[in-house]
Ligand binder design. Structure first.
Ligand code: SF4
Ligand code: MG
Length: 324
């Protein structure tokens, strides 16, 4: 398919400051440190990594909710990092976000109808009776009863609130949605329902998703391709089946070894790869390969030389000196 979004060498550092009146910058959190990928129209790219690896920052920086430190974000041929004001707002209408905690992202003092209608009113698309009709249509689309429009977020379960968040994201008929851990806070029984809903909506409206999650099991069924992030960098990216069947980066292999396999015979024979230590601080990332202090197969070169991001077979990218 055609490329909808291209992220080129994206960098986002957050300054760490000291002092209250005379502040000085004493360092930077290297949240995202040179990330490149493409997402095709109608595709879902899964983005996986442990908390703090920078995956949410990638999502927010794409949407220009954070302005990047460096790099380009090209959406439908336009570099968003160069846009301001009205031009940026017009492009941003086509890009929405669904959050992990729908409750925290829904204003408790607004009715569901007001919450969903708000983007329509802000962008001058519909108000009054017309907005109300659109709200009811959106509620039906996400599998909720239109009478819910007059109720408040606290009256709903986690799964229902996530449906409300999805209805709000759909209000402006976007092309692209960042799904930032939309199922992580939900009961396992509800997770599949939300994934199914997102897939139905994707087909119906030809949506493109960046689907962020903290483990590989969560993105397995929804992703066309999967990218694995570690400490501000993408370390591996491949088609879903290729990534799960033939992971090449030791970090991906470790993450996959923690995903339970349904077949008990296979499960019993499996080797868990236990990583040493904790994720290092993103303020002073390790030299060479950032994964070297935890990598079970690290060599001398790994401490000194950063591995190149290379395509080892068609569509399968990895950053590791020892892959193949
Ligand atoms: Fe491990 Fe070295 Fe590969 Fe990094 S480059 S993942 S340290 S083997
Ligand atoms: Mg996050």
């Amino acid at each position: 398919g055609q490329v909808l979004l291209r992220v080129e060498n994206l960098v986002k550092w957050f300054p760490i400051t000291r002092g209250i009146i005379f502040t000085r910058t004493i360092g930077y959190v290297h949240a995202v440190d040179g990330v490149s990928f493409e997402i095709r129209r109608g595709e879902t790219l899964g983005l996986v990594g442990e908390s703090g690896c920078g995956k949410s920052t990638v999502g927010r920086t794409i949407l220009q909710l954070h302005r990047p430190t460096r790099g380009r974000v090209i959406f439908d041929g336009v570099d968003l990092t160069q846009l301001k004001g009205g031009e940026l707002r017009r492009m941003r209408r086509r890009m929405q976000i669904i959050f992990q905690d729908p409750y925290a992202s829904l204003n408790p003092r607004m009715t569901v109808g007001q919450i969903i209608a708000e983007p329509l009113e802000i962008h001058g698309i519909a108000r009054g009776k017309e907005a109300r009709e659109r709200v009811e249509e959106l509620l039906r689309l996400v599998g909720l009863n239109p009478v819910f429009a007059d109720r408040y977020p606290h009256e709903f379960s986690g799964g229902q609130r996530q449906r409300i968040g999805i209805a709000r994201a759909l209000a402006l008929q976007p092309d692209f949605i960042v799904c930032d851990e939309p199922i992580s806070a939900l009961d396992v029984s509800i997770q599949a329902q939300i994934v199914n809903l997102l897939q139905e909506l994707q087909e119906r409206f030809h949506l493109t998703y960046l689907f962020i999650a903290h483990d590989l099991a969560m993105v397995r069924h929804i992703s066309d391709r999967v990218a694995v992030m570690y400490l501000g960098k993408i370390v591996e990216l491949a088609d879903r089946i290729e990534l799960y069947e033939n992971p090449l980066h030791p970090y991906t292999q470790a993450l996959l070894s923690a995903v339970p396999v349904p077949d008990p015979a296979v499960e019993a024979r499996r080797q868990r790869i236990i990583l040493r230590g904790e994720v290092p601080s993103p303020v002073n990332p390790p030299s060479g390969c950032r994964f070297h202090p935890r990598c079970p197969i690290a060599q001398e070169i790994c401490k000194r030389v950063e591995p190149e991001w290379r395509e080892v077979r068609p569509g399968h990218w990895v950053a590791c000196h020892l892959a193949e």
